[in-house]
Design a protein. Structure first.
Length: 165
């Protein structure tokens, strides 16, 4: 499987990759009668979301999706329909997201740790923040980069060996 395009979040005036979610699902296309399909190997879900924080609220800012036709309006925003990588782009949605849980947001991917499959975990990034959220309200934002560096050290210390019986 090809490395997958992660969702992202605009935080601290930068775009971070979302590399971990603990809690209920952030965005479900079926809730809006959308049925994305994969058109590229780097996005088997068929859609990618960009979230943002504003006044301690979590918002769905942008949605890019591959749909069989032009999609319906979401939160009073119609999509731009094109022949781009994603054929439906919803800009400036700024729709509240009723999410409760934690999100890991990461920046500065370490290229030497690239693996050509799936989503990359938080420990493969230099900068990682944890957002604690309750019903879409951001309660806390913590820099957990040092914990990820310690985990990275453990994960890369030695190659995996087969267990000895």
């Amino acid at each position: 499987m090809t490395a997958q395009i992660p969702d992202s979040i605009l935080l601290l005036d930068k775009k971070f990759s979302i590399v971990g979610i603990h809690g209920n699902k952030l965005f479900n296309p079926a809730d809006f009668d959308l049925h994305p399909f994969p058109s590229i190997t780097s996005c088997w879900r068929g859609y990618v979301c960009t979230y943002k924080t504003l006044y301690n609220k979590l918002l769905l800012h942008k949605l890019e999706a591959n749909l069989h036709q032009q999609g319906p309006a979401i939160h009073a925003v119609g999509p731009i329909f094109s022949k781009a990588m994603f054929n439906n782009t919803y800009n400036d949605l700024d729709m509240p997201v009723d999410f409760t849980g934690e999100i890991l947001a990461a920046d500065q991917f370490i290229r030497e740790l690239y693996v050509h499959m799936g989503f990359h975990p938080a420990w493969k990034y230099e900068t990682v923040y944890e957002l604690v959220i309750s019903h879409g309200t951001i309660l806390d934002t913590k820099d957990v980069s040092e914990q990820m560096a310690q985990l990275r050290e453990q994960m890369t210390r030695q190659p995996l060996d087969h267990p000895k019986n």
